[in-house]
Every structure is written in C-alpha cells, then in structure tokens.
Design a protein around this ligand. Structure first.
Ligand code: ATP
Ligand code: MG
Length: 402
C-alpha cells in the first residue's frame, strides 16, 4: 500500500490564537501556489493540521517542494484507513514490508487522539507490533533507535499510518506579516535578507536601482535571476527596476566625493519609501550588516536613515559574513551573487567614502540641488517585472499596479 496523502503539522501558527484561521488560509495558499504543477492534488486544511491528498501525484516531488514552504513545522507521508483493527493490520504490514530491509529493527508508536477507540496506546503498540513481528521474518524490536518507526494515530474520523517525518522550513506563512520592500542589489547579502524576512511571514516586493549604460543588461539579468530564486519560495514576486543614472550623475556633480555614498543611499531610501507607500507596504528591508563596509557603520545608518520614518528592517545586522554566505549557498542565491557584473553602487564608489558622515553636512550638500523632481521622475519611469512560475511579464506603466 502506498502513501496516499501528506500530513502537515503547523509550527508557531498554532500559538497565534484568534489569527489562526488566517494563518492556516495563508499556508494553504502558499502550498497551493507551490504545487500548481500538480492539478490532481487536493488540500484539506483543518485548524490543527493539513492533508495533501496526492491522487496519484509523485510523493517524492511534492515532499521536495514542501521542505521549502514557511509555516510548516514537520510533515509525513501517510496512509488513511478505517478504524478497523484488521484493516489497520493490513495497511501496517504492507507499509512496513515495503520499507523493510534485511535485519531492520522497528517499533510502533501509537497515539490515541480519540479516546473512544477500543485499544489504548499501550495496546495499540502491542497489538500491531506483535502482528508485524509474526508476519515479517527477521524483523526485530528496538524501542530506542529503530530503523522503522511506525506511527499509528487514531483520530475520530480515521486512523493515519506513517513511518517518515520530515522537518519543515519553520517560520510563518509568507504574507501573514504584511508587505515590505526589499532593496535588492546583485550582492550576496540582500537576497539573504529577503529570504529571512519571508521566513517571518513578510510578503516582499524587490526594488533594484539600475544605472544604464554604466551598469549592463547582464547585471540587471543577475538581479532578475536572484528574484527568481526568491519567487520560488513565495510563488511569485514583483521586481521594480528604478532608473538611477540621472540621480547618480547629479550626485557626482553636486556632492563632495566623500559624501556621495551617503547621499546615494539616502536617495535610494527615499525612492524605495515612495514605492512602498504606493504599494501599501509597511517596511523596507536591506542587506546591511553592521561594520561590513563604509556605508554600514552606525554613523552611516544614522545619517542615511534620517530621510524616512518607515521601519527599516536589517535582518543581517548582527550576522557574520561567513554565516550569511552559508545561508546564501543553502537557498541557491550565492552562485548568482558572485557573478562579476558591476552594480550601480560599485561603479560610482568614491575612493574614500566617509565612515562617519554627519547629518548636518549631508543635508547641507544636498540642499544645493532639488532632488525631489528627479526622485518623482525615477519613480514614474520604473519598470516592474512580475516574476513567478509562469512566464515573466514586463510592465512599464506603474499606473496599472499602484
Ligand atoms: P549586498 O551584498 O546586498 O549588495 P553589500 O554588502 O554589497 O550588500 P552595500 O553595497 O553597502 O552592501 O549595500 C547595502 C544594502 O543596500 C544592500 O544590502 C541592499 O539592500 C541595498 N542596495 C545596495 N545597492 C543596491 C541596488 N543597486 N539596488 C537596490 N538596493 C541596493
Ligand atoms: Mg552590494
């Protein structure tokens, strides 16, 4: 007998009280979106668990997809049988026989969620364990460290059998925490910052600053490829590509070189803030990590952050680069990030940017230029790319989206 469904156990969402049904619904949607290539699948979502009815779909493929979905604590492929001792025996035997290899040990872990069932937990273990021992030659019991752990769970509607538990990705279902704008460069850090925010339930839209012809189409493609990896987690993702050349050239002309990095960051933040408001987001996410480079000292953050009251989330702020790299490798963004194409910040990077910029100074330098119309123009000229499992589509008119 083959597994016919996958049982999904919720993580933290079970502690979320009144919001629970919303969380369950979000998770159901995340799963449905991730499994869109399997139309035969049905999802049954209850308050305390979910079942994916495979209806012939490949359990292996579905399992590999489920491992990456946030909000799942653990999951198990399972068989559903009637509450009938003979039927349970039959299913248990065929399941264990299929997994059994010469010399394997096993145990039965019974669980009686519905106390009206005629056998208690000890009796379940005894009854079905004894039956398996009698019917599979060579099988031995090991209650401490068995090769096969047959879990038999009796519930009011049916009995579920499984021998396998997979850890889920943890976290909260994407979208349950609201929407934020991820400032996505082509580097190693910002995709990881996006991933960690998604893990806590944030729905992200990416914003990328692009300075043609100083930055090439290939560097833009690199960011699209990074966004594609992230969209694999959420099902889809919007990427707003902001034309940034004019602003960068103005900064270069008008702002002293050692302050140009600070002003560049401030402009990026102002534009991202404007996009966020139009898209009804609640926060901005960056890949900054304290002390990594000149623009990431506390003094710099203090000078840059002045331009907005919006919460700026920095999930990597206290992480070491080696730990960030490890996550980037695990999520599959690292090898794209290390491709050598230039970023709009690196080409205009000053020889010695201020590591301790002062707010008053940067404000004074900026006061000689009216940046506001340039910011508005950049926002109007944004190219928005919808990235998802379906074909990518490009929209030039923000009006459709805002
Ligand atoms: P990353 O590896 O994410 O590029 P970094 O270590 O290179 O980060 P910086 O270049 O100082 O650091 O950038 C800090 C943060 O500013 C980035 O993590 C990203 O969130 C944002 N950022 C930098 N450049 C861009 C860009 N061209 N478009 C959008 N966001 C950017
Ligand atoms: Mg960078």
């Amino acid at each position: 007998m083959n597994y016919d469904r996958i049982l999904i156990r919720y993580g933290e969402i079970s502690t979320k009280g009144r919001n629970r049904s919303k969380f369950v619904e979000r998770l159901r949607k995340s799963i449905a979106r991730a499994l869109v290539a399997f139309p035969e699948i049905k999802i049954q979502a209850d308050r305390d668990r979910m079942y994916i009815l495979l209806n012939g779909a490949s359990g292996e493929q579905v399992i590999s997809i489920l491992k990456n979905i946030f909000g799942i604590q653990s999951f198990s492929p399972a068989i559903k049988v009637e509450r009938d001792i003979e039927k349970i025996k039959e299913a248990a035997l065929s399941l264990v026989k299929r997994l059994y290899k010469e010399g394997n040990t096993f145990k039965v872990t019974g669980k009686r969620a519905d106390k009206t069932f005629e056998l208690n937990t000890g009796e379940i273990n005894h009854e079905f364990g004894g039956y398996l021992l009698k019917n599979i030659t060579g099988l031995k019991v090991d209650v401490k460290n068995p090769d096969i752990n047959l879990q038999i769970e009796v519930r009011s509607e049916a009995v579920y059998l499984t021998c396998e538990n997979y850890p889920g990705a943890g976290g909260l279902p994407v979208g349950s925490a609201g929407r934020a704008m991820l400032m996505l460069s082509g580097g190693i850090d910002s995709p990881v910052a996006g991933y960690l925010s998604m893990k806590r339930g944030v729905e992200i839209e990416a914003v990328h600053f692009f300075s043609p012809p100083f930055t090439s189409e290939r560097s833009k493609q690199k960011v699209i490829d990074l966004a594609k990896v992230l969209s694999g987690i959420s099902g889809q993702l919007m990427l707003h590509v902001v034309p940034f050349t004019e602003i960068q050239q103005t900064i270069r002309k008008q702002v002293p070189e050692n302050y140009s990095m600070t002003t560049t960051r401030r402009m990026m933040l102002r534009i991202t803030d404007e996009i966020m408001k139009r898209r009804k987001g609640l926060a901005i996410i960056t890949g900054e990590s304290l002390g990594q480079v000149a623009s990431q000292t506390l003094e710099s953050m203090y000078a840059i952050n002045e331009v907005t009251n919006t919460p700026v989330l920095r999930p990597l702020v206290a992480m070491d680069k080696s730990d960030i790299i490890k996550i980037a490798q695990e999520i599959g963004t690292h090898d794209i990030s290390i491709l050598p194409y230039e970023d709009c910040c690196t080409i205009f990077v000053p020889a010695s940017p201020k590591t301790k910029p002062r707010r008053e100074k940067v404000e004074r330098f900026e006061s000689f230029v009216d940046f506001e119309p340039l910011i508005q123009k950049a926002v109007e000229d944004i190219e928005t790319i919808q990235i998802g499992p379906e074909a990518n589509s490009t929209k030039n008119e923000m009006d459709d989206l805002f």
